[in-house]
Design a protein around this ligand. Structure first.
Ligand SMILES: Nc1ncnc2c1ncn2[C@@H]1O[C@H](COP(=O)(O)OP(=O)(O)O)[C@@H](O)[C@H]1O
Ligand SMILES: [Mg+2]
Length: 341
């Protein structure tokens, strides 16, 4: 199901975009897609998939090797200044200066964009309020938590009132609660300012909850692009879960041999997740198998496929296996930043 109301003008048009590093590393491999005005568009993929490279080309930081893109109607190679004026960018690497206050950092950004001083001050205060940092505005960024830094970056990315905002892994390394808070700001930007957002992430929940459409990116290629619901529908079939009492192993062996069963995975507590072609058809068969194996059925229920299953279906592996510890990632980045100074 496509959401027709968001399909207004194209704000990003990417055609056959390729980026090769050092003549050998194909980070982005011949991708084409459009982003429509007013939508939250997600690039979902594991580390190394090519998300940051794609953003860097779209924001004119890198030149494409082949193909091209138009952003806000401007060419990313021949009209770089125009592109930069129309967009905001919140990069993956935190860029705020830790020795300056939050307010000073935003004013610095305003200066970079040529926003007049009086206007900059007003906008900075408004933005700090938007991301709930007014109270911390005059504190040095060094004293900020990870979530506060991200919110500051978000505010800084908005100083030139862009129509289109690029966010590269906006919640990387943040805890679940802080991630949810960032999502709230991102949604409010879309709703209140009618802004278009291009977000990259390797968090499935983030893509699922936040994005109107998602491109699944793997090894530099777009393997699938659609709304989260359509992606889930596209893998077809139902997920059945059953809870049994007793040793489920013989049951698993039997289930795996059934032609209507695609996949079975069981947990130690005796709950099994069964991917079937049709829940309605297979449920009675499964109940029979449980009884024939002398097991007691405690519970049976149908559930929706998750985006993880979608990801698995199209890339052949689970994104969860590749998610490193977010805490570790944050610490590593902080260490990297400190070492550069
Ligand atoms: N400056 C660079 N020089 C060479 N290779 C790079 C550079 N930046 C990224 N890569 C490589 O390109 C691929 C895509 O990286 P990246 O775009 O950062 O992916 P993601 O943001 O999805 O994690 C990776 O294999 C990465 O190692
Ligand atoms: Mg990246």
């Amino acid at each position: 199901m496509k959401r027709v109301n968001i399909m207004q003008g194209k704000i990003i048009e990417v055609s056959n975009l390729t980026k090769i590093y050092d003549k050998k590393i194909k980070a982005v491999d011949d991708i084409s897609f459009d982003v429509f005005e007013g939508e939250i568009f997600g690039f979902l993929g594991p580390n190394g998939a090519g998300k940051t490279t794609a953003i860097n080309v779209l924001t004119t930081v890198l030149k494409p090797t082949k193909g091209g893109a138009k952003v806000c109607g401007f060419d990313v190679v021949n009209q770089q200044t125009e592109v930069r004026k129309s967009i905001g960018v919140v990069p993956q690497e935190l860029t705020a200066d830790e020795d300056l206050t939050g307010l000073e950092n935003i004013l610095l950004c305003a200066d970079l964009y040529g926003v007049p001083k009086a206007e900059a001050k007003k906008r900075a205060n408004d933005l700090l309020e938007l991301v709930e940092l007014s109270d911390a505005a005059k504190r040095r960024v060094e004293t900020y938590s990870g979530g506060m830094r991200r919110r500051l970056e978000l505010a800084a990315g908005l100083i030139n009132r862009p129509k289109l905002l690029f966010l590269d892994e906006p919640t990387l390394g943040l805890d679940v609660q802080t991630r949810a808070a960032i999502w709230k700001y991102i949604r409010s930007l879309k709703e209140e300012y009618k802004m278009t957002l291009f977000v990259t992430t390797h968090y499935l929940e983030e893509a699922d909850h936040l994005c109107d459409r998602i491109a699944i990116i793997d090894h530099g290629k777009i393997v699938k692009l659609d709304t989260p619901n359509a992606l889930k529908d596209s893998i077809g079939g139902d997920i059945m879960e059953i809870a049994v009492e007793g040793d489920p192993q013989p049951l698993i062996d039997t289930l795996k041999k059934m032609p209507t069963v695609r996949e079975v995975s069981c947990k130690e507590d005796g709950t099994c997740r069964i991917k079937v072609k049709s829940g309605e058809q297979t449920a009675p068969e499964i109940i029979n198998v449980v009884i024939n194996n002398g097991l007691k059925l405690k519970r049976i229920w149908l559930s929706e496929p998750t985006l993880d299953e979608v990801y698995l279906e199209y890339t052949g592996r689970s994104i969860r296996q590749e998610e490193g510890s977010s805490e570790a990632a944050f610490k590593q980045r902080l260490a990297m930043r400190r070492s550069r100074r």
